[in-house]
Design a protein around this ligand. Structure first.
Ligand SMILES: *[C@@H]1O[C@H](CO)[C@@H](O)[C@H](O)[C@H]1NC(C)=O
Length: 328
């Protein structure tokens, strides 16, 4: 009899804890070259569900066809994709009260843009892994067999700030050339806008107000990241504009031709402007400083190369995901 009572109590306890727990759903947005339903993304979802039983997970897609979804990571217009994704979130009933979100690589700055521009339903905790919040100043190399990547890379090298590239090549739309900031400001169709970097104010105050509503912003940098240049972009760092001395080797004034390894070295010596020294931060163009002064910005590190999540995501997802709605 006592045994039976214990069984009944524990069953009731289990049922009510799942029902009453009211866990916030999770949205994930995959990175470049990946798709919303790839084996890696599916495995990540199942691991998160094991860690936080009962959690609802939605994986962002631009197209339900995996091939087309993968292509949309390289080609398209980010602003249009964001409109589509905002409509997608609004159409998923489980997300209607808001959610936490994880962005992998470029998915991270896209989710941040969603917060700034839409945020209905709202994001509470946002984690971005190796994202390019201050853009990239070089195009990542492609693997030998990655045709999609190679064609996009070749096209972008033809002129990242051309109208065509800014309409059609995703990476060009977050390319931020420290040596051509004025051109970047006038041409960038996505990153300059969501970073509220404008040639002439006013800036969009909605962006700062919306981002400041986040409960937590967790920015993860990969310590050995050689794909994202500069890797500090994950923490809102960027390369300082070249000084005259630095610019010499690349400019017409160069007298002595440099060898490849010397070029590489002078590239590696580029000065990084960290988040708290960015004008974007100091003047709080996007609400980042407000968040940080509230203690709501966490800078975290994973030890490996870009998107090497193994052994690194668990603590972060354990800590920041799986909260209930009353834990705002
Ligand atoms: C600022 O951004 C919001 C949200 O995207 C938009 O609705 C609004 O039109 C923008 N305001 C200006 C002045 O561009």
């Amino acid at each position: 009899m006592l045994f039976l009572i214990l069984v009944v109590i524990s069953v009731l306890g289990y049922v009510s804890s799942a029902a009453l727990k009211d866990i916030r759903p999770l949205v994930i947005w995959h990175g470049l070259g990946d798709t919303y339903d790839s084996p890696g993304m599916l495995q990540f979802q199942s691991e998160v569900k094991k860690m936080h039983p009962g959690i609802f997970v939605h994986s962002v897609y631009i197209d339900q066809n995996p091939k087309a979804d993968q292509r949309a990571g390289f080609y398209g217009k980010v602003n249009d994709q964001l409109d589509l994704v905002a409509a997608q979130f609004a159409s998923v009933p489980e997300l209607s009260r808001g959610f936490d979100a994880i962005g992998f690589s470029q998915g991270g700055q896209f989710l941040r843009a969603y917060v700034e521009r839409n945020n209905t339903p709202p994001i509470f905790n946002l984690i971005t892994f190796g994202s390019q919040h201050m853009g990239i100043s070089d195009l990542p190399l492609c693997s030998a067999y990655d045709l999609l990547c190679q064609i996009a890379r070749r096209a972008a090298r033809g002129g990242v700030y051309s109208d065509w590239a800014q309409e059609n090549l995703i990476q060009a739309q977050y390319f931020r050339d420290p040596a051509q900031l004025t051109l970047y400001l006038s041409a960038s169709s996505f990153l300059a806008d969501v970073n509220n970097e404008v040639l002439l104010p006013p800036r969009n105050e909605t962006y700062a107000a919306n981002l400041a509503t986040l409960s937590n912003l967790v920015l993860v940098l990969f310590a050995q990241d050689k794909t994202v240049v500069p890797k500090e972009s994950a923490w809102f760092g960027s390369e300082a504009p070249p000084q005259d001395d630095d610019a010499m080797p690349f400019g017409l004034g160069s007298q002595v031709p440099l060898t490849g390894s010397e070029l590489l070295q002078s590239k590696q010596e580029k000065t990084i402007v960290p988040m708290r020294l960015q004008p974007l931060y100091a003047e709080d163009w996007i609400g980042l400083r407000t968040l940080d002064e509230r203690g709501a910005v966490t800078l975290a590190t994973c030890p490996g190369e870009h998107m090497q999540l193994t052994g690194c995501w668990e603590d972060l997802v354990g800590k920041w995901i799986g909260w209930t709605f009353d834990q705002v």
